[in-house]
Design a binder for this molecule. Structure first.
Ligand SMILES: [Zn+2]
Length: 56
C-alpha cells in the first residue's frame, strides 16, 4: 500500500488526507484509489455519477 502526502480520489477528485478517508476493499483493507465517500467494502457508493459515466 502506498501512502503519499496527497492522494486524490480517482472517482470524485477529493483530496484524501488521512488513512480513514480512504475507501475500503471487500476484505476490509484500505483502497488507496478512492475515498471513503465513494468506495466502501469493495463497492462504489451511488452518488448519481459513476466512474464509468465519468469516463464517457
Ligand atoms: Zn471520492
Amino acid at each position: 500500500m502506498k501512502f503519499f502526502d496527497k492522494n486524490i480520489c480517482e472517482s470524485c477528485g477529493a483530496s484524501i488526507l488521512k488513512l480513514a478517508d480512504f475507501g475500503t476493499n471487500e476484505d476490509g483493507t484500505v483502497n488507496t484509489e478512492f475515498c471513503h465517500d465513494c468506495y466502501q467494502k469493495g463497492k462504489f457508493i451511488d452518488h448519481g455519477i459513476t466512474l464509468e459515466q465519468k469516463i464517457e
